[in-house]
Design a protein around this ligand. Structure first.
Ligand code: NAD
Ligand code: GLY
Length: 348
């Protein structure tokens, strides 16, 4: 089992290993006194993994309850968030208790936001079960939900107390969900480590999780609140979030980010912020991984959603421009220029 310590405003361990879910209770017990543990999960994950976790927590002395909601991005909304808060209150959870997020990025983002706000903040532990959650969503404390107007528009920075990542759970992931994770892993590679990309393409999960966590840990430690450096991790997301929303989330997060990364790299190239050839190299990598990079929406429609991007401050937005595969920089453009940027990205 590999351990990383993330030193943010509160520091926490990330434990990564194969088949470690059955030991979760013991691992958590090393950090927390026995208390109430409320597992928040979705229906799919509940049916495959909840029992192992429940047993392990009970054996370690925790008093366990469970909150289950329908699987998928459509649940990441105010209604589910409200239901989770009400259920926590019904269970009588107090500030000395803990929420355990068992599932993918949707479960993690919702549970984390509930933890950040229930009784003005209680502890939560991430137990990621998707590739995307293992390498990205469970690390760094970005929590939140979608609003009708767009992705992740309500949320909080709230770091977990621990992350227990058992990548044996990938055995039951559909191939499309593996691809979702591969997109975010390739993003980490484009932002800071070209060699990581070959490992993603080979499906070397252990290596990829550890390397992505190590990259994200360094970035989050330097910029926990997403004020500068961390925005590099939003590569592909300005256009990608618009694609996700316009498709009513039928194009999933990783697939949308893959499309968004190529479009943003193309636009950066057209604006001479990125050397010629980088966007082609990136689209070759993503096609090798198995992505369809077509974008079935107009630049104008994507622009409407991009106007809600959280990276906009005043009338400026930071975009991510690759210098090469393995290094990127941030560049500020005005909001009107963003429209041109998206048009350039979507030009054939
Ligand atoms: P998800 O939680 O909806 O999981 C995807 C699907 O896989 C769901 O249907 C789920 O039930 C199923 N599933 C989960 N684990 C499984 C397993 N082991 N076996 C079989 N099925 C399983 O979403 P996701 O794809 O994990 O993550 C996408 C979400 O994460 C998006 O909402 C995105 O915005 C968010 N995200 C957040 C961050 C962050 O830093 N907070 C980073 C990246 C992505
Ligand atoms: N997923 C991008 C970030 O956590 O900053």
């Amino acid at each position: 089992m590999k351990k990383f310590v993330v030193s943010t405003n509160t520091s926490y361990d990330i434990l990564i290993g194969k088949d470690i879910m059955k030991d979760a209770g013991k691992l958590i017990r090393k950090k927390l006194e026995p208390c109430r543990a409320s597992i928040v999960t979705d229906m799919t994950v509940n049916s495959i993994y909840a029992q192992v976790l429940v047993t392990s927590l009970i054996e370690a002395g925790f008093q366990v309850s469970k909150i289950v909601f329908p699987s998928g991005e459509h649940s990441k909304n105010l209604t589910t968030y409200g239901n989770i808060l009400e259920a926590l209150a019904d269970e009588g959870l107090t500030r000395t208790d803990v929420i355990i997020a068992l599932g993918g990025g949707v479960v993690g983002d919702l549970s984390g936001f509930a933890a950040a706000t229930y009784m003005r903040g209680i502890k939560y532990i991430q137990v990621p079960t998707t590739y995307i959650a293992a390498i990205d969503a469970s690390v760094g404390g970005k929590t939140g939900i979608n609003l009708l107007s767009g992705k992740n528009l309500a949320g909080a920075f709230w770091q977990p107390s621990m992350v227990i990542c058992d990548y044996k759970t990938f055995d039951t992931l559909p191939s499309e969900k593996i691809l979702d994770g591969a997109a975010e892993a390739i993003k980490h590679g484009v932002v800071s480590d070209e060699r990581l990309i070959e490992k993603v393409l080979q499906g070397d999960y252990e290596y990829v999780i550890e390397r992505c966590v190590s990259i994200k840990k360094s970035i989050v430690e330097a910029d926990e609140r997403d004020l500068g450096l961390r925005q590099l991790l939003n590569f592909g997301h300005t256009i990608g979030h618009g694609i996700e929303k316009l498709s009513s989330y039928s194009i999933s997060h990783g697939h949308a980010v893959a499309k968004g990364m190529v479009a943003e790299a193309r636009a950066a190239e057209a604006m001479d912020l990125t050397p010629k050839g980088v966007s082609k190299a990136l689209s070759d990598i993503l096609e090798r991984a198995g992505f369809d990079l077509s974008i079935p929406f107009s630049p104008d429609d994507i622009y409407k959603f991009a106007l809600l991007d959280k990276k906009i401050s005043g009338d400026k937005i930071s975009i991510v421009a690759p210098d090469s595969i393995g290094k990127c920089h941030l560049h500020k453009i005005s909001v009107p220029e963003l429209k041109k940027f998206i048009q350039l990205g979507l030009e054939p």
